[in-house]
Design a protein around this ligand. Structure first.
Ligand SMILES: [Mn+2]
Length: 282
């Protein structure tokens, strides 16, 4: 099954390529099931983001529509991430990767770095994922990708539950962090300007769905209260995407803990909006 936003069967003409990575082998969460997310998000997109009248099927587009060519390449194994992503970025197409546990992003970011060099990373997450006493799992992603990013033009957004070791690592590396309370105090428009103006040339966006408050996104592997609203995250995502990105991922949706698939539906709509923000202007 393809995500409903896919509109071409021809990889060569695609601007944007969806790739599912249904792997949660490096998660430590007691909540199992993030590997089901790529399938569930695609399934829900075809049920809730489409409208059927008899045999006619119509999509519910974002305002602005979609004028890019979107290809859904299906799923790949963790061991195939390098080849899959390199194939996409070698043709300057933009990959939208769907996890899976957040450590999948480490492999994706490494592959994108090989093409573009050091990346400006925008990291949406409740957790800073910067554990250094253990590596190569979903709690060490930011530490694992440090060689592939330019820390000065990277930022973490939505952080609200750092461990002591992570507080020290954030200080040590001088990582910019915006908490939900920072966003409340400064307002989303001010924050948007601050974020967008801090970015470098090649921007990669990683979204852990747990950045969003569990009220909006209950179906995640490691939920944390007091998060951002779905619209705050969307506003930032659209601004960043409009400025230009080399890739984006959406990780950690956990369908088995969801409520009536609302987190998968939110992910599907966010993907549609992000694609719309990549529209080519004539
Ligand atoms: Mn994470």
């Amino acid at each position: 099954m393809k995500i409903c936003w896919a509109n071409t069967d021809d990889f060569t003409e695609a601007d944007i390529v969806i790739v599912g990575i249904p792997d949660e082998s490096k998660s430590h969460s007691l909540r199992k099931g993030s590997s089901e997310a790529p399938h569930k998000i695609r399934e829900i997109s075809n049920i809730r983001d489409t409208y059927k009248r008899g045999d006619a099927i119509s999509k519910g587009f974002p305002i602005g529509g979609i004028n890019s060519k979107v290809y859904d390449s299906g799923n790949v194994l963790r061991t195939e991430i390098g080849d899959a992503i390199e194939k996409i970025v070698s043709k300057s197409k933009v990959p939208i990767s769907l996890g899976g546990d957040h450590s999948v992003s480490t492999d994706v970011i490494r592959s994108i770095y090989k093409k573009y060099g050091k990346l400006s990373l925008v990291y949406f997450d409740a957790h800073p994922d910067i554990i250094s006493s253990k590596g190569s799992y979903y709690g060490s992603v930011f530490n694992d990708v440090l060689p592939y990013i330019d820390v000065n033009s990277s930022i973490q957004i939505g952080i609200r539950t750092p461990e002591q070791e992570e507080i020290e690592n954030i200080k040590k590396h001088g990582i910019k962090v915006l908490t939900p309370l920072d966003i409340l105090k400064e307002g989303i428009v001010g924050i948007e300007k601050k974020v967008v103006s801090s970015l470098g040339k090649n921007v990669y966006v990683s979204v852990d769905m747990d950045v969003i408050d569990p009220a909006f996104a209950p179906g995640v592997s490691v939920p944390v209260p007091l998060g951002l609203s779905s619209l705050e995250v969307l506003h930032l995502l659209k601004s960043i995407t409009r400025r230009g990105i080399v890739g984006i991922d959406i990780m950690e949706v956990c369908p088995s803990y969801d409520i009536k698939d609302r987190t998968s539906h939110l992910a599907s709509r966010m993907i549609g909006e992000v694609i719309s923000s990549m529209n080519k202007t004539p």
